[in-house]
Design a protein around this ligand. Structure first.
Ligand code: AR6
Length: 180
């Protein structure tokens, strides 16, 4: 699914984030940048140990929820990895929506700063961190749309959804959020 946003476009695909040939992929990291399961496990497994070496050296204090830090992409086809830390879902009244939007914007800003025209996101926070999929999808799609409208960059933002359920949630979010 492709959505035109002025000079930019947003894409939804079902697939594996590690396989994306884009300038930057986003990791669904934790605040100690310690690695884990899900997207994080897949990225470190496929990308090799250089990624963790770099983040441990450059960000010994980790990365707080709502922000993101950058590393090289090891063996992966992307140029960079943006390690974003989304919120853990605690019912929705603990600032989760703002933290998720903030993590997403942090990645989009890193993309602009580092001349990345294309970036791929997973469904941040919607796995182990328990953020309801429909709400995460609406939040990430809206945040991205607002950002690219304003900055006209990155020119391609792709959401890589692991299964059909996640793809469906993002497709519904696009229908709701993106003006016709
Ligand atoms: N490509 C694309 N999407 C994937 C992939 C993949 N290879 N693998 C899983 N997903 P999660 P979170 C989907 O748990 O909720 C880790 O342990 C998955 O189905 O990766 O932000 C970290 O270290 C789900 O829809 O991220 C943190 O501690 C989405 O990606 C914590 O989990 C996000 O699931 C972060 O949890």
């Amino acid at each position: 699914m492709i959505v035109k946003l002025g000079p930019c476009r947003m894409e939804l695909v079902q697939g594996d984030i590690t396989q994306q040939h884009v300038d930057a992929i986003v990791n669904a990291a934790n605040s100690s940048l310690a690695g884990g399961g899900g997207v994080d496990g897949a990225i470190h497994n496929a990308g090799g140990p250089a990624i963790m070496q770099e983040t441990t050296q450059n960000y010994p204090e980790g990365c707080p929820p709502g922000s993101a830090v950058m590393s090289g992409a090891g063996n992966l086809p992307a140029r960079y990895i943006f390690h974003a830390v989304g919120p853990v879902w605690k019912g929705g009244r603990q600032g989760e929506a703002e933290l998720l939007a903030s993590a997403c914007r942090a990645c989009l800003k890193l993309a602009v700063q580092h001349q990345c025209n294309s970036i791929a996101f997973p469904a941040l926070s919607a796995g182990a961190y328990g953020y309801p999929l429909d709400l995460a999808a609406a939040n990430l799609v809206k945040t991205t749309m607002d950002f690219v409208r304003w900055h006209q960059n990155p020119t391609m933002v792709r959401f890589v959804l692991f299964d059909q359920g996640a793809f469906g949630a993002f497709a519904r979010a696009v229908e709701e959020v993106v003006p016709k």
